[in-house]
Design a protein around this ligand. Sequence first.
Ligand code: AMP
Length: 231
Amino acid sequence: MTDDALHPSATDRLIVLLVGAVGAGKGTQAAILSRELGLVHLASGNLFRAAIAAGTPLGDEARTYMERGELVPDELTIEMFIRELEKPETARGAILDGFPRTVRQAEALDRMLSTAGERIRRVIHIDVPIEELVQRVSGRWICPVCSTPYHTVTDPPRVAGRCDREGAELVQRDDDRPDVVRARLDKQMGPMLAVLDHYRRAGIVDRIDGRQPIEAVTAAILGRLRTATPA
Ligand code: AMP
């Protein structure tokens, strides 16, 4: 076992994919790992939102799909990521979060990397049972005045249903309601499992139990990356 796998040279990028459903803690882990490993965190949703805020043609096109809660077409998404992975900031590698989300995207990414003599090092699946995901996401409430987020189980307000600071009655985003969360998860699961199958065939998927505390999940992921075969 060596730490070399976590300290890539400029020609040996460490490209890691994080895969997990909404509420699995993928974004949280991606942010921690990117800090720990000094790798760029490329989150597809954030990249699209930034493009929308910047008013780019990509943003204008992506917006129409995002507003309907649909996936942005593969061509646009692939093009955006290929451009991101060509940037000098990714010279050491990147944590990919939210991409690829379809097998076509995965195949396009594999092709792009193999053209450059590279490949994805590991695919980390942060696995959390659906019912726990529903409970995690549907427990989220927010203050309509100051936007402070709460969670009925992990971060409850002092007085049930009221903001600690404003005393205002907490509200729930429509798409965090249990029935809507379940529907969102159902829609996500098929493509997500297909992407995992795609990479399982290459033997590079590690399943991590996402029910553990945040620090334990991070430690498990770092452990897997350390023992992963070098590129
Ligand atoms: P997220 O922040 O990951 O929930 O993504 C927000 C929205 O961005 C999604 O609902 C999709 O519309 C779009 N999106 C994010 N990642 C992808 C992707 N890999 N392929 C297509 N659309 C995506």
